[in-house]
Structures are given as C-alpha cells and as structure tokens.
Design a protein around this ligand. Sequence first.
Ligand SMILES: [Fe+2]
Length: 201
Amino acid sequence: MAIILPELPYAYDALEPYIDAETMHLHHDKHHQTYVNNANAALEKHLEIGEDLEALLADVESIPADIRQALINNGGGHLNHALFWELMTPEKTAPSAELAAAIDATFGSFEEFQAAFTAAATTRFGSGWAWLVVNKEGKLEVTSTANQDTPISEGKKPILGLDVWEHAYYVKYRNVRPDYIKAFFSVINWNKVDELYAAAK
Ligand SMILES: [Fe+2]
C-alpha cells in the first residue's frame, strides 16, 4: 500500500472563474503529487509505523525523528490538499441550519465569521493555511497554520481550510491574495463542511 493522489471530485475547470483550470492542474497534478511522493518516500523508511497520516500527525512526537519533519510537511501537505479539494464545489451550497446557528453563536454573524476567516488567511505570513476548526472544547474557532502544518497536530478538527500558499493563487490573482480569499467563498462546499462539523463536534 501507499498513499495515492485522489482524483478531483469535479473537472479541472469546474471552479472557473473563481479558481482557474491552470491553477488546478498545477496545484493538484504537480504540487499535491509531490507531497504524496515525498510522504511515501518517508513512510517507506519506517514500515512499522503504518500509513495512517491523521493518527501519526495527531501525535507528531510518535513519528521517528528522522522522518518527523518530512511527514509534517508532506503527510500534512497530502491531508490538507485532499481535504481542500473536497471543500470546494461548482454547486451552490449553504451551511446547514445547525452549522449556521453555531457560526452565529460563535462569531456573531456569518459576515463576522467571514471577516475573521479572511483576516486569518490574509495575515498568515508566507505560506500556510486558514482554518475553521472544532477545538478541544467542541467549539468553532478560526485559526491558521504555517507551511503544511495541520490543526490535527494541535488536537483540533479542521472543517474548512483555505490554502494560502502562492501556488494556490499566483497564476490568476498574482500578488493579490485578498481577491483569491474572496473568490474562495463563492466555491465553498458547505455540504462537506456540514458533514465534517457533524462528525467533529
Ligand atoms: Fe497547495
């Protein structure tokens, strides 16, 4: 067994004009494939630990030291991207009544949640991710991580994530990360977020 690159759940051009097909090809076929290849190369050095990346990254100290950072980077890169593809859709979706109520209770309103998420995505310096997570207390929280670090390593369950590495937006949006963040809100797959929320809380 080895980790394999999952196929996109939609066509490469399905998220146009918000996310362009060229970016999707590069991002999925090249960047994500590289994380998969490098994660497999690390895991092959320690067959005894298996390949349950979520379990391994939930307890990074359990990962053998010689492959720990490689798995944080590339195992995290694989998990984050596999989730990211599923969190987008060309279909119009909306949060369930239950999730909408939790968002209102936590942030005040959907608009205030969007502002908090946008701020997290905008201010993440360099490469990383913005997240909506269910934290250890079972509450919603907006956060961000550097590089390919996953909130799973902090005991948090990600239910929405946005890749803010330049490779995610530079082809279409150049240096204007805020326009890409705004566009992302037009393609969020709230059905998937609902499903993750129901499982996480
Ligand atoms: Fe990426």
